[in-house]
Design a binder for this molecule. Structure first.
Ligand code: FPP
Length: 248
């Protein structure tokens, strides 16, 4: 062995909780199929378990929890499933004020919401407004979100400002570019979790994932528990993050 590994920690270090966790809530369809249920029941259960996971992350001191709820590619699913997902999201948005009460949480929606129905757009505006005072944790729901689409939308804003003369090419640094993304102002994503056995990014936070740690699990999202989140964070804390540098 050319290097010495530190002994693995087995309890969470509360001083090193990831600030920003991203979750690809995968495996809802398989979870439902295994139980002979329609796919949308998997999504329903997936939405229901989010509440407990949010509370757990909030209690640990996670600052942002980003969840991938609907991708720019999910429009290719059967219309029945799209409608069920949109209904679920709409119901969730209507309940956000009550769900977040006493939790000091804020809701944020990332993604291109322009093609969504007026009803959903209004519910988003209302949910973001009523939860705006929340300071402890942000639940960032990625909705009609795609990492490539996000980068293209940012590039369009930049091209427009450049054309208008309000942005000089030499002022466009990495940090300035980040400010044009949906995650502007949020801390860097530290940890990306994907349950259900799949090990790919699927267009999730492509720019932001540059130095994120990845954690995969075979558990389908509807069965994901606080203990799984704890395992993911513990594993994260045992990683040696070097950000391209060298550490002893
Ligand atoms: C991927 O699993 C999951 C989705 C495309 C939707 C995720 C949405 C929710 C959990 C509910 C809505 C969220 C909120 C915040 C109310 P899949 O269907 O691709 O699973 P499979 O790979 O097993 O088919």
């Amino acid at each position: 062995m050319f290097w010495k590994r530190k002994a693995k920690e087995t309890t969470l270090d509360m001083e090193r909780i990831p600030q920003h966790i991203g979750v690809i809530m995968d495996g809802n369809g398989r979870w439902a199929k295994q139980r002979g249920l329609p796919r949308q029941m998997g999504h329903k259960r997936g939405a229901d378990i989010l509440e407990g996971i949010c509370d757990y992350c909030n209690a640990l001191g996670v600052k942002v929890l980003t969840v991938y709820a609907f991708s720019t590619e999910n429009w290719s699913r059967p219309q029945k499933e799209i409608d069920a997902l949109m209904d679920l999201l709409y119901d969730y948005l209507l309940q956000v004020e009550e769900k977040f009460r006493g939790r000091d949480m804020k809701l944020k929606i990332s993604g291109d919401i322009s093609p969504l129905s007026d009803k959903i757009k209004q519910a988003i505006a209302h949910a973001e407004e009523v939860t705006a005072p929340g300071k402890r944790m942000i639940l960032n729901i990625a909705l009609n979100y795609g990492g490539r689409d996000e980068i293209v939308r940012a590039a369009r804003k930049i091209a427009k400002e450049s054309k208008d003369g309000t942005l000089q090419p030499e002022d466009l640094t990495e940090s300035a570019f980040s400010g044009y993304l949906d995650t502007a102002g949020l801390p860097e994503v530290d940890l990306i979790i994907r349950p259900s056995g799949e090990q790919r990014l699927s267009n999730f936070m492509l720019w932001q994932a540059a130095y994120a740690e990845f954690w995969y699990s075979d558990v389908c999202w509807p069965d994901f528990k606080n203990e799984d989140m704890e395992r993911a964070i513990l594993d994260f804390q045992n990683r040696n993050r070097r950000f391209g540098g060298v550490k002893e």
